[in-house]
Design a protein around this ligand. Structure first.
Ligand SMILES: *Cc1c(COP(=O)(O)O)cnc(C)c1O
Length: 477
């Protein structure tokens, strides 16, 4: 208890010149709040100690912590990350970074008024769903389109509209595949539709679907699981066969594509990975996909298909709860215009990363390794260019590896975990992988200009780690 004697009171601290300055620049009640938290924390820390810091020492420490706390709040918790993992669509790292056209468009619409729901022709209320619809129908060949919050919402809305209180037939194998990562089966159940699972986990035949059709059936549902993943003894029904069955029994067929492809990355096979247009052409009545997977746009759930079905979804009250805002619409329009008129293979970041040639990646990895050796010093690190396995990521393709290049770094004087943690806590943060006792940084997922920043961040982190500087997260006692 004695240790707390030297702890100054709030009023006393508030009179300090430095603290007065902080109050001038920030809200007083906010500063006082932070101060109380800091004092609470200090009380806990002091109770566990034998020695007793002086009043002056404590005053200085409180001042420093207060400054740090205010700085921490001013920066927000969402921060930029440099992605050294080689996972192109990393859901934990915000999935697709946006291209320039999307960002320019979004910025212009965000800072001004716009015609989100205003018909400029008639001078009256319009619909927000009108905006991207034409772009989407042109790009996919579908009759109509609707955009909602994300693909899970798209599936929810489609099922709720087309099959509530009725039955949806779905292959057990596909549910298993997407189930783990997305809980799509749960989303499907929340829609009020009853799932009728057919087939076994590894084999489903057309007859299984046909035999399950009853008076209650409202929809045949197919979920796309990347063909690259299907290994071994499995059998799924083709969309073509399912569409034929749907037509003959007068039932709509829905395909949840997950990662909807509008333009294939180089070297990807149309047969193995059907794009959205192909699904529509094959006869799917409704196709859903994400805006921020291989499309490379903002988070969104895109639904394309038969006009009659899409119109019914637009009338569903649930649509109001799942609606997208103007920023999403602007970013999506910008992205889609790039697809229609621009150069998506180079201008949409996700596609650009997947289209990088091995030669290009190798050269970037070589250059980065050289820079690291020079800047960090051979006595501190060993860095060299190596082959790596990158990933498409994003759920639908998590385990499909693509060959890439990166740098492998061995630290001579500090621990790998300590460096990795310090890099994660930097601004920007750098997220890396590890291969045994070495750090691995893939170059595929680095954005333009990131290489120099990576060298700089590593140099600073290494210096701090070697001199034993305290980690971010507070001035110690
Ligand atoms: C990713 C994915 C979803 C979920 O999409 P979100 O946009 O993340 O909501 C649903 N189904 C499949 C097949 C997917 O790959």
């Amino acid at each position: 208890m004695a240790n707390l004697r030297n702890l100054p009171a709030v009023d006393e601290i508030l009179l300090q010149a430095g603290v007065q300055e902080l109050i001038r620049c920030n809200r007083r009640d906010f500063v006082v709040d932070l101060l109380r938290d800091i004092l609470d924390q200090l009380r806990v820390e002091l109770r566990g100690r034998e020695d007793m810091p002086s009043r002056e020492e404590l005053m200085t420490l409180i001042g420093l912590r207060l400054e740090q706390a205010i700085e921490g709040c001013s920066q927000g918790t969402l921060k930029e990350v440099i992605n050294g993992t080689g996972v192109v669509l990393h859901t934990n790292l915000g999935r697709a970074p946006l291209g320039k056209r999307a960002v320019d468009y979004m910025l212009a619409m965000a800072t001004r008024y716009n015609n989100l729901e205003f018909d400029l022709e008639e001078g009256e209320r319009g619909s927000r769903y009108r905006h991207v619809e034409e772009l989407l129908t042109r790009l996919t060949g579908a009759e109509a389109a609707l955009v909602v919050n994300n693909n899970a919402a798209a599936v929810l809305l489609a099922l709720n509209t087309l099959a509530r209180d009725q039955e949806v037939i779905v292959s057990r194998g596909q549910l298993v595949e997407i189930g783990g990562a997305f809980r799509i089966p749960e989303v499907m159940k929340s829609s009020g539709a009853e799932l009728v699972e057919v087939g076994t986990t590894n084999k489903t035949y057309l007859d299984d679907y046909a035999a399950a059709i009853t008076e209650q059936t409202a929809l045949l549902f197919a979920a796309h699981t990347s063909n690259y993943r299907i290994v071994g003894f499995t059998e799924e029904v083709s969309l073509e066969a399912l569409a034929q069955l749907g037509r003959s029994r007068d039932l709509p067929v829905m395909q949840d594509l997950g990662s909807g492809i509008l333009v294939h990355p180089q070297g990807w096979n149309q047969e193995d990975e059907p794009g959205v247009r192909a699904c529509v052409a094959t006869g799917a009545d409704v196709v859903t996909f994400s805006g921020d997977k291989l499309l490379g746009g903002p988070q969104a759930g895109i639904i394309v298909g038969k006009k009659r079905l899409i119109e019914a979804m637009k009338r569903n009250q649930l649509t109001r709860a799942l609606r997208v805002d103007k920023l999403t619409i602007a970013a999506l329009e910008g992205t889609l215009i790039e697809y229609l008129l621009g150069d998506p293979g180079r201008q949409v970041p996700v596609l650009r990363m997947l289209n990088s040639t091995p030669e290009e990646l190798r050269e970037r990895a070589d250059r980065l390794a050289r820079q690291l050796c020079q800047q960090l010093g051979q006595e501190h690190v060993k860095a060299r260019a190596v082959d790596v396995e990158d990933m498409v990521g994003g759920g639908a393709y998590p385990t499909y590896p693509i060959p890439g290049f990166g740098v492998e770094i061995e630290f001579r004087k500090v621990r790998l975990e300590d460096m990795a943690r310090r890099l994660r806590q930097g601004r920007p943060a750098l997220v890396t992988r590890r291969r045994e006792e070495r750090m691995l940084i893939s170059v595929r997922t680095l954005m333009s200009g990131d290489e120099d920043r990576v060298v700089d961040l590593l140099a600073r982190a290494l210096r701090a780690e070697e001199t034993g500087e305290k980690n971010r997260g507070g001035q110690g006692l």
